[in-house]
Design a binder for this molecule. Sequence first.
Ligand code: MG
Length: 213
Amino acid sequence: IPGQTWRVHDADRPHPPVVDPGPAMASAPAPKDAIVLFGGKPEDLAQWTSGGGDAKWRVVDGALEVNGSGDVQTREDFGDCQLHLEWASPAEVAGTSQGRGNSGVFFFGRYEVQILDSFDNVTYADGQAAALYGQFPPLVNACRGPGEWQSYDIVFAAPRFDGEGKLLAPARITVIHNGFVVQAQRELLGGTAHRSEPRYEAHGPTGPIRLQD
Ligand code: MG
């Protein structure tokens, strides 16, 4: 990884310490000025698309449930933003490592904050929950158990490019997981990649927020 001594998905990279966030709290209503991308109602799904058509994730008990129908992304585009997201991995534990509850939130459809069941589940450190996938592990592992609600509060500053597509400023990201700061003003090294070096490709000032199937 550029600027680091570790390789991408390095199995020898130390894992961050485990911390206990305590039980999940009931979620508070969204602030009045927030754009609510999913508030628990079936009709909220209309704000999301999948593969150029309608999103087909199921609405179950006020939550969006991943069901194998593909990634979903917002119809609206965003640039710099603050995102509050609540998620839970499957209560029934199946699989190991990256195979356990793997999802993710991608800003501009390309910069991932990893979602994974990292409760008693070892995987490479740069791929665990709240990692900037393939780049930076979280500062601590603040995961709650399978099936429990967890929160991400993410402050995302989009990268800047000049007219020729040259990078002027990298994306910057701060992530709070269940109340713990786990990424503090991290400068992303580029778009999320799997088993390869991240790099930037120029894009416009806004883009969709994508959720991984
Ligand atoms: Mg993922």
